[in-house]
Design a protein around this ligand. Structure first.
Ligand code: SF4
Ligand code: SF4
Ligand code: SF4
Length: 277
């Protein structure tokens, strides 16, 4: 009897062990799969195609990262040493799909180089040069949409009433991509608040603001645009915006004429006649 019990116990232990191993294996595998796939929240170099297209187009050659690292402006003027480049090629355990280029602004932001050396070297078109050309056909880093800076009000000390404009001053598109909004401090009733406001139509997502932020974990940080922006839907139309009216196929209200039986007569006439329409 004791032997039978022991055998049953051994059998149970083995079963539980194999279930445990299978579960652990499953967890390890899913962890590996997530790691292999990479997070969608990574920031790509200037001109990168939309994430899915980018993953398919990038041949993981590393030329963009090399160009970023070797650019002349990356040499420290004081020490003459080459600094760490902005673009990194993802290794196992990092958030991006292994072998693809990405950057982490809190470590090294994009310095928005005028000549954008990382882009023309891309042999696959994963970094799309035409998307960065201005009306004159010149490369223009201000057209980059690497991400969008987002301010977390609760951890931004400017919203507490403390004086801080570190992100504002770090922005290469100061007073365009980021402005300071003046408002009264309702807590004290007699002081001003100067609050950072990011403008999504101008911000390139370079992350210089994130790098400069004084809080322990940045209160301003860059997210891929897809995750940082909302979308109102096509059925909302800005009545005051001619282009939005055109998009929706509408005419402006004051251009629309409505002819009814009543509008053919003068108001005084139909009021006196007590006509029912
Ligand atoms: S534009 Fe940004 S990512 Fe490209 S080379 Fe310059 S610093 Fe590097
Ligand atoms: S240069 Fe282009 S193809 Fe090569 S790693 Fe960079 S993005 Fe990918
Ligand atoms: S990411 Fe920050 S520093 Fe860069 S353009 Fe946007 S607001 Fe300015």
């Amino acid at each position: 009897m004791a032997n039978a019990t022991n055998d049953r116990r051994k059998f149970m232990v083995k079963t539980v062990q194999s279930i445990g191993l299978a579960t652990m294996g499953g967890l390890l595998w899913s962890g590996f799969a997530i790691e292999a796939e990479g997070s969608p929240l990574v920031l790509r170099p200037p001109g990168a195609l939309p994430e899915e297209d980018f993953r398919q187009a990038c041949i993981k050659c590393g030329l963009c990262a090399e160009a970023c690292h070797n650019r002349e402006s990356n040499i420290d003027k004081e020490t003459g040493e080459q600094r760490e480049g902005t673009i990194k090629m993802a290794k196992g355990g990092e958030e991006a799909l292994i072998g693809t280029p990405f950057f982490v602004p809190r470590d090294v932001p994009c310095y928005m180089c005028d000549d954008i050396p990382c882009v023309p070297v891309c042999p696959s078109g994963a970094l799309d040069m035409p998307s960065l050309l201005n009306e004159k056909g010149e490369l223009d880093i201000n057209k980059a949409t690497m991400g969008l800076a987002v301010v977390h009000k609760e951890s931004c000390i400017a919203f507490w009433g403390l004086q801080c404009d570190a992100c504002y001053r770090a922005c290469p598109l100061l007073d365009e991509a980021i402005t300071l909004e003046y408002t009264q401090n309702e807590r004290t009733g007699k002081h001003a608040l100067l609050l950072p406001v990011v403008h999504s139509d101008i911000c390139t997502g370079c992350g210089l603001c994130e790098k400069a932020c004084v809080t322990e974990k940045p209160a301003i940080f860059v997210l891929p645009r897809e995750y940082a922006t909302g979308r109102v839907g096509d059925h909302y139309v800005k009545g005051w915006d001619k282009r939005d009216q055109q998009r929706a196929g509408l005419r402006k209200a004051d251009e629309i004429e409505t002819q009814t039986k009543r509008s053919e007569e003068k108001p005084v006439d139909y009021l006196n006649k007590e006509i029912e329409y």
